[in-house]
Design a protein around this ligand. Structure first.
Ligand code: NAD
Ligand code: ZN
Length: 360
């Protein structure tokens, strides 16, 4: 197929307090009393009655609290799927992810692996999933990644960090309740929010740009400017807008690609475990040469919110370490092509990447 036939989230609810509607939504989707709903919930909410008491549990339904300390792994998905298969007689009615990109990606992957044989890492790549996933719902509690709307679930496997990109990956239902993001700590709010900003810049300046991506990217960028540079928004307005910026930023890259910050940040993540949001910020901060206006504005946002990025994270690395990161980054060909065009290899040599990583 020449043109991507892009699957979308089939149902979406937006609104402050809409989390209370989850019970009503799930009621219609329960297959039978032996087919539970599995709630994968960020463990930051463990003991947080205000949220957990509103998770509608019936029959055999289970809440599994999961730490977002590390980014999701294929082995973690395999273990969750095994637990679910062994514990319940029937295949679940659905999987609900409540958290940030980490939990949303886990929920997508578990839903896929409950109907597809083998191990999760076998599906890292493009269009390798053969059977539809079980019903899955995404409920973001921090905004910026666009994972709520995307066609991928990014996982670290035994050999690579790569998404399961498939038509069965997007959520069947997304619930956007801006109240859920109101307690995110400031640093994390900034890092994950900047993921969205960087999606916009990489998409809008990329060679893959088209009217579809541009229309979403421009809207998301406008929202990001309001949120991170404006002075006129109330906290609530900023939360509402950030949720929608994340959504639009995700839609923008669906039909184009990300760029250099993401390619290099994947290298940091693979070698050092640097998380996506902060990793993107560390890289983007050094990319003035490639995204002059975008980086200038990023630095203004950083200053306005008094954000200090980690420094010197590459200073003690060996040659082998640098080579590993460079291999990971260079492997992401579409990202480089989007950023710099088909002759990208003229600009991006191993030596150039090494000198850039050395600044971080
Ligand atoms: P995250 O899910 O890793 O969470 C970051 C931190 O915020 C964690 O400590 C978490 O506990 C905390 N947190 C979340 N919600 C909170 C709340 N309401 N209150 C207080 N703390 C809260 O962060 P993220 O930046 O959303 O996600 C990063 C992950 O998303 C990475 O694994 C990355 O690969 C993935 N990602 C996926 C896609 C996609 O399209 N699938 C796109 C971009 C990034
Ligand atoms: Zn991103």
């Amino acid at each position: 197929m020449n043109f991507k036939n892009f699957p979308m989230v089939s149902n979406v609810v937006f609104g402050r307090g809409s989390f209370n509607q989850l019970e009503e939504i799930l009621l219609l989707k329960r297959l039978n009393v032996n087919a539970p709903f599995i709630f994968l919930v960020d463990d930051v909410f463990q003991g947080n009655e205000a949220l957990t008491s509103r998770i509608p549990l019936s029959y055999e339904d289970e809440i599994i609290f999961i730490s977002a300390e590390e980014e999701p792994k294929t082995s973690q998905v395999d273990a969750l799927v095994e637990h679910i298969i062994l514990k319940f007689k029937d295949r679940p009615s659905g999987v609900i992810g409540i958290g940030g990109g980490t939990l949303l990606d886990l929920a997508k992957a578990v839903a896929i692996m409950l109907t597809n044989e083998g191990e999760t890492h076998e599906y890292q790549g493009w269009d390798l999933v053969r059977r539809p996933a079980i019903y899955h719902v995404g409920i973001p509690t921090i905004s910026g990644t666009g994972a709520e709307v995307s066609r991928t679930t990014v996982l670290t496997g035994p050999e690579k960090k790569l998404g399961i990109n498939s038509d069965f990956t997007p959520f069947n239902q997304v619930l956007l309740d801006p109240e859920l993001i109101s307690d995110v700590p400031k640093q994390q709010w900034f890092y994950t929010g900047m993921d969205c900003y960087i999606h916009c810049i990489e998409s809008l300046t990329g060679t893959y740009l088209n009217a579809f991506s541009q229309s979403y990217g421009e809207k998301a960028l406008e929202l990001c400017k309001d949120i991170f540079l404006g002075d006129h928004l109330s906290k609530k307005e900023a939360e509402d807008k950030l949720m929608m910026a994340s959504w639009h930023g995700g839609m923008s890259i669906a039909y184009s690609q990300v760029g250099i910050a993401h390619a290099m940040s994947y290298g940091l993540s693979y070698l050092l475990g640097t998380k996506h949001g902060v990793g993107n910020c560390i890289v983007f901060d050094q990319l003035e040469e490639f995204y002059p206006e975008g980086v200038k504005m990023f630095k203004e946002m950083k200053a306005k919110h008094n954000i200090e990025l980690p420094q010197g994270i590459c200073k003690d690395l060996s040659d082998a370490d640098f080579n590993k990161m460079i291999d990971v980054a260079l492997g992401l060909v579409p990202l480089w092509e989007n950023a710099l065009g088909s002759n990208w290899q003229k600009t991006i040599t191993r030596a150039k990447l090494r000198s850039m990583y050395e600044l971080m």
